[in-house]
Design a protein around this ligand. Structure first.
Ligand code: SF4
Length: 225
């Protein structure tokens, strides 16, 4: 028999309806086991499914891949706690979607304005690689997020985010090809694509600040129409 200790989340930015986000979700056995390991190894980390961050009525929804082990999985907020959110939050601030350019931790006073950040997979996967089954299982949450809090524009950061958005809408993957700065009219909303804001992409120059700002500029213009 395993331990009967019930994990309790550390403080979170906000609460969500259970269909949009369930902090006690254990539907993916491998990810649940990884959380259990990490609770032993990194007891100060959040170590649970990471909730969406930002107002529930935001017109812009940003969909990333999954929490990083020492980033969102540490802080309990998407793209927070490591370098991964630096470009994202500074650019959101530059375009008026955030009240400050840096996301440090839950409770730091950062507020997003008309934007919300979420992930295709809510739990940290080993080596940053969720399996197709895990991506599918977690897709229920993004699908409900679209229904309960419908956005006008969605920004997919990377291919996995792009595919998760299409899947949640029941759209054919082959009909909407991922490409940096591509735009897709999906009826319910417009999907904007960007390379992921990962350290690897920004350090190798695959994604530069001007490239990412150009995508945000397109989104800003679209939302103002
Ligand atoms: S990845 Fe999503 S579906 Fe899987 S356990 Fe985490 S919250 Fe649940």
């Amino acid at each position: 028999m395993g331990s009967t200790t019930v994990w309790q989340p550390l403080v979170m930015d906000q609460q969500w309806p259970a269909k949009v986000f369930d902090v006690q979700c254990t539907a993916c056995p491998r990810l649940h086991a990884f959380h259990e390991q990490n609770r032993q190894k990194f007891p100060g980390h959040f170590n649970g499914p990471v909730p969406p961050f930002g107002p529930d009525n935001a017109e812009l929804l940003i969909v990333g891949l999954a929490p990083g082990l020492h980033g969102a999985n540490r802080s309990g907020r998407p793209f927070t706690g490591d370098y991964c959110g630096d470009l994202l939050y500074s650019t959101l601030h530059k375009f008026g979607f955030a009240n400050r350019p840096v996301s440090m931790a839950v409770g730091d006073g950062l507020q997003l304005v008309n934007a919300r950040v979420s992930n295709a997979v809510k739990c940290v996967p080993p080596e940053n690689k969720p399996t197709p089954a895990e991506i599918n299982t977690c897709n229920q949450f993004i699908a409900h997020e679209f229904k309960v809090h419908p956005p006008k524009a969605v920004l997919a950061l990377g291919l996995v985010g792009h595919q998760a958005v299409l899947k949640a809408l029941g759209q054919r993957q082959s009909a909407f090809k991922f490409g940096h700065a591509a735009q897709h009219d999906l009826g319910a909303f417009r999907l904007f694509d960007s390379y992921h804001v990962s350290r690897y992409n920004t350090q190798t120059g695959r994604l530069t600040a001007p490239m990412f700002e150009a995508v945000m500029e397109s989104i800003s213009r679209f939302l103002k129409v």
